[in-house]
Design a binder for this molecule. Structure first.
Ligand code: G3H
Ligand code: 13P
Ligand code: ZN
Length: 340
């Protein structure tokens, strides 16, 4: 049962030229699509659950879907991660629910509050053998709404929102976190860039210097594949200006820098939506959910296979090595599973 924390994964990914895909799960078909793709490609993976996903699906259902995925594929190294947790209480709940990793996101708080929140959350998680991700800086897409900025104001002032390398060093030292989500120009959702997409790789280099060895995480890393946007627009949707992070830029972040975890949610949503729209438009009499969710799941499988492949995350074929690393570390599992 290689359910594990992110530690053995990041140990190898940091300078191994690959990163672990962290895919958001909200229902059975999405979970199956991700896991089937990783099984074919022998790729380690992180299944992540947001607060919204917990609410939408009722975590009890998601927990059993995820448990089924782990049971179906005992050969795969899998971490179960809380995405954008906002309180210590939620971290505690997820630890009790069997998550092996959590994110505590205090990036929208003043710095000292973020430090205090993450320090407390890390104490709770670490006491239970669970790894912790935090965030510094501000991504676009969703997070700017929190401070009342629109997307244009955010882009205009982007330098100011990128992660500060000196602050990152202070932050990781004072909180004891295991990985840090950095703001380097990515953003959440399907409308990431108006013009040319560019990531601030110089920031990543600086952060790697001030925080040597600290695994870095890239949120907002969907590439918004044109094939899905075309299908959505062709079959009644309206997403004319959707734009994501080009996959070659993700690949560069992964191969050249200490980016160990890459978050992908929007691309899963687009794959599912595109296929459902196609079925509805081309087969208007169709009313069996299996006949539109099934093609959506197939589209997720193909898309995730490409993501974990050498042109994007390069994690395909790394499952066995991660399991070996986990064994070398003494198979650590959260206390929930009865072991330290
Ligand atoms: O970063 C946000 C993820 O895409 C999760 O989104 O909160 O709508 O589930 P959600
Ligand atoms: P995308 O919206 O680019 O898929 O980012 C997802 C994410 O960062 C989840 O935390
Ligand atoms: Zn995110």
């Amino acid at each position: 049962m290689p359910l594990m924390t992110t530690k053995p994964m990041f140990d190898l990914a940091y300078d191994g030229g690959f990163a672990i895909g962290a895919f958001n799960v909200n229902n059975m078909e999405i979970t199956q699509g991700i896991i089937e793709a990783c099984a074919v490609e022998k790729s380690p993976l992180i299944l992540q659950v947001s607060k919204g996903a917990r609410k939408y699906a009722n975590y009890r259902y998601l927990r059993h879907i995820i448990a089924a995925a782990v049971e179906e594929h005992p050969e795969l190294p899998i971490a179960i991660h809380l995405d954008h947790g906002d309180t210590v209480d939620l971290v505690q709940t997820c630890v009790s629910d069997g998550f092996t990793s959590v994110m505590i996101d205090g990036s929208h708080h003043p710095y000292e509050e973020n430090v205090a929140l993450c320090k407390k959350a890390t104490e709770v998680a670490h006491a239970n053998g669970v790894t912790v991700e935090a965030e510094l800086g501000m991504l676009g897409g969703i997070e700017e709404d929190v401070v009342g900025l629109n997307a244009e104001e955010y882009q205009k002032n982007i330098e100011k929102f990128l992660t500060d390398p000196q602050q990152a060093a202070d932050f990781s030292k004072r909180t004891g976190i295991d990985s840090l989500a950095v703001a380097i120009g990515t953003s959440h959702g399907a409308y990431k860039f108006k013009h040319e997409a560019t990531l601030a790789f110089n920031r990543v280099e600086q952060i790697m210097k001030t925080c040597p060895g600290l695994p870095l995480v890239m949120h907002g890393s969907s590439s918004v594949p044109q094939e899905f946007i075309d299908l959505i627009n062709k079959y009644g949707g309206a997403m004319p200006n959707a734009k994501g992070v080009p996959e070659d830029q993700i690949n560069m972040a992964v191969k050249k820098y200490g980016v160990c975890k890459v978050n992908i949610d929007t691309d899963l949503r687009l794959a599912l939506t595109a296929k459902i729209r196609e079925v509805f438009a081309t087969k208007p009499a169709e009313f069996d959910p299996r006949n539109y969710l099934g093609p959506g799941r197939e589209a997720i499988i193909s898309m995730v296979r490409r993501k974990v492949g050498p042109t994007v995350l390069n994690s395909a074929g790394k499952a066995d090595a991660v399991i070996k690393q986990w064994e070398k570390l003494g198979k650590p599992l959260p206390a929930y599973y009865g072991r330290k």
